[in-house]
Design a protein around this ligand. Structure first.
Ligand code: GRF
Length: 188
């Protein structure tokens, strides 16, 4: 099973997945990192782990369709079976999602459908929710939506600051995402 990770930023989930692939816990080959930001720290992580980086900048294309066509050509060239979005800060078009139906997964730092969007941890913390969580799901045509693969609830503790809660959520993400990929890799 050939895996591609899409990321735009820090890449801590990327590293957690690489680690388990390298240890042979996930029966998949991590073939490429697709990144849209040349300055993203995830690129350094990929180079350190000798994972090939495909940099595709949106501004190099006249529209989203051309940008996505270039990505799809790459995915085909590398015979990618499964895509893991890990902090990829772009919304994929309905046509892209349809082409890779049930082959694109995403991780989101809340117990979806609660707290969609890019400030999910802060939103849960600010509204004093008793709990939040982490969700790994298939990507469909709606943002932060689609069949759930794995979910874990996280209680918000009295002594949590936003930074502490973020840290706890990320620690759970780094276990849950590899676990979900492992499940899918076993079926593909
Ligand atoms: C994670 O919190 C993930 O849930 C969200 O984006 C963040 C990416 O973090 N989709 P990192 O780049 O993997 O450190």
């Amino acid at each position: 099973m050939n895996l591609a990770i899409f990321a735009s930023g820090n890449g801590s989930n990327f590293s957690a997945i690489v680690k388990e692939v390298k240890q042979g816990k996930i029966k998949a080959k991590l073939v490429i990192l697709v990144c849209d930001k040349p300055e993203a720290f995830v690129i350094k992580r990929a180079l350190r782990h000798k994972v090939k980086v495909v940099l595709v900048k949106r501004e190099d294309f006249k529209n989203r369709a051309d940008f996505e066509t270039a990505i799809i050509q790459m995915l085909k060239a590398y015979k990618i079976d499964l895509i893991a979005l890990a902090g990829f800060m772009r919304i994929l078009s309905p046509a892209f999602v349809k082409l890779y139906r049930n082959r694109i997964m995403n991780i989101h730092p809340s117990l979806l459908p609660a707290f969609k969007g890019s400030h999910a941890i802060k939103d849960a913390f600010d509204c004093k929710a008793g709990s939040t969580g982490v969700t790994v799901h298939f990507v469909d045509q709606e943002v932060d939506h689609g069949p759930v693969i794995l979910q874990r609830k996280v209680k918000i503790e009295n002594r949590d600051t936003l930074a502490r809660l973020e840290k706890r959520i990320h620690t759970i993400e780094h276990k849950l995402y590899p676990e979900a990929i492992k499940l899918l890799a076993a079926t593909l």
